[in-house]
Design a protein around this ligand. Sequence first.
Ligand SMILES: [Zn+2]
Length: 308
Amino acid sequence: MKLIRALLLALVAVLPPFAHADYQPVAEPVADNVYAIVGPVGQRSPDNDGLNATFAFVVTDAGVILIDSGASRKGAEKLAAAIRKVTAKRVRWVVNTGSQDHRWLGNDYFAERGADVLALTRTAASQARYAEQHMLGLQKLLGARLDGTQPMPAMHTSDGDRASLTLGGETLELIATDAHFPGDAMVWLPRQRVAVTGDLVFVDRLLGVLPWSSVKNGQRAFQALAALQPARIVPGHGRVCDLAQAQRETGDYYDFLADTIGKAAQDMESMADTLAKYADLPQFSGLENYAGLHKANMNRAFTEYEAP
Ligand SMILES: [Zn+2]
């Protein structure tokens, strides 16, 4: 009996606590009044509450502007706690850069506390279209930690592919990118020369080309970002960086997909031969997720450029 009891106690000691969710996001300063919250670059999990992305917020005289609201109610609570450690001001605005889960499924939490949720009209339309698919995917990855999450697309929307928004003396430009998801946008802060790119820029990990992504739009949007000559970039995934790093890890990869893989498709070369020829790219192979994504990315780029 004593032995069984000792064994049981030893087992309990090594098991992780039930439903633990220890990941706590921390805000870091980026520029005057601008902060970033850099989530882990791996997969969504009950521990990180789907916060596997990078977020930003701007502290204005009239309150906080949060850029992207997390993938769940619990994720939104964690973002709110990270903001409270920086300022006592309340979140007045949530601006969404996209429709992928971590960009907006925390909207409802902030709206309940009085925040207005803003986005381009095209972004809000994609949110409504992808909501069910994202909730189903998250259910598998987050389980009970998703409880209480209510998809709420942005309610204050701007038509067209550009919008200028001002609150408490700080101006944000929302600029459509349409790269990772249709309707995606980036935020440009002209005073600080900071770009908060949403899912346009991935650093530290390889970007993913999804069935609904556009490599053509990604290349074009990255060129528009580079033309702004940002002093700092808060990427959609990975750590805060400069333009040179974003160029190496995202811009150059979009150029490769468009100018090498896309060109091979347009020249009617064999897809299998093309994918085999470029399977090993030392320039990008050090990035997280390369092994799992690179081949599928080339496949989707080829298919996009093959289309008439
Ligand atoms: Zn993302």
